[in-house]
Design a protein around this ligand. Structure first.
Ligand code: ATP
Ligand code: MG
Length: 256
């Protein structure tokens, strides 16, 4: 059965989508059957996987409100080797609609139920908020991957997220835990980043992934080509980091 991971951080622009797309592609290259769920109305994970969000007729929105099944809405990423449950602006209205539906926090979990045998890993790209959409992601997942930049304010935001995860664990999803923290956009020349990185290690111990993703312009360029960075430039430093991260994830899943 699939192991399901939410990639979440309520801070915007911290590398959630970049992590999802590149991890999905690296897992696929390692032979893992992978599904990437885009849970953000911005549709960045959809576009970054080479799927045109404007041409999508059935999306994660339709799945959440019960107008389509996952089987009807998923598409193959032409560049990534994994499946995508796409998102676009349709999803922006879902928040309000979900409030009136039964099992509103569990809509995604319920939608995945019949498809667990199709995948080894499922990744969920969350929007930058602790909204009903993110809550659906957290209720569907076994673990949370938290990408973060090693900056001063990063630690402050982290406690809100950790508290939310604890609350979801106690009240809605006993299976949920923090899988790990991933340091991204890392610049080893900056003393502050090294300090925050060391603080993270001392505070979170082996919850901090060994792999560190450097700031790498090739990763930022790849989405405009509709490709994960690891496919766009195989030799890039960012590619090597995400490949190492995928191996670490595979190890952690095996150890579960
Ligand atoms: P949002 O909160 O809006 O969903 P996000 O957390 O998903 O954002 P991304 O979209 O992945 O963040 O990244 C934000 C920006 O930083 C993008 O322009 C992306 O290309 C760039 N970026 C992400 N990771 C790296 C990296 N390691 N090196 C350089 N640029 C990066
Ligand atoms: Mg994003």
């Amino acid at each position: 059965m699939a192991r399901i991971f939410c990639v979440a951080n309520q801070k915007g622009g911290v590398g959630k989508t970049t992590t999802c797309v590149n991890l999905a592609a690296a897992l696929a290259q390692a032979g893992q059957r992978t599904l990437l769920i885009d849970l953000d109305p911005q549709g960045n994970a959809t576009m970054g996987s080479g799927v045109d969000k404007r041409a999508v007729t059935k999306s994660v929105y339709h799945v959440l409100v019960g107008l389509a099944t996952l089987g009807e809405a998923r598409v193959a990423s032409p560049s990534g080797g994994y499946d995508v449950l796409p998102a676009n602006r349709d999803l922006a209205g879902a928040e309000v609609e979900l409030v009136g539906l039964e099992r509103r926090e569990n809509r995604l979990r319920d939608a995945l139920k019949n498809f667990g045998a199709d995948y080894d890993l499922v990744l969920i790209d969350c929007p930058p908020s602790l909204s009903m959409l993110t809550l659906n992601g957290l209720c569907a997942a076994h673990g949370v991957i938290i990408p973060m930049q090693c900056e001063y304010f990063a630690l402050e935001g982290l406690s809100d997220l950790v508290n939310t995860i604890k609350k979801v664990h106690s009240n809605l999803n006993r299976e949920l835990g923090i899988t790990g923290l991933l340091r991204v956009m890392f610049d080893a020349r900056m003393t502050l980043q090294q300090q925050v990185s060391a603080q993270l290690e001392s505070h979170f111990g082996d919850k901090v992934f060994r792999a560190i993703v450097p700031r790498n312009v090739r990763l930022a360029e790849a989405p405009s080509h509709g490709m994960p960075g690891i496919v766009f430039d195989k030799a890039a430093k960012g590619t090597q980091a995400y490949m190492a991260f995928a191996q670490e994830m595979i190890e952690r899943v095996k150890a579960l």
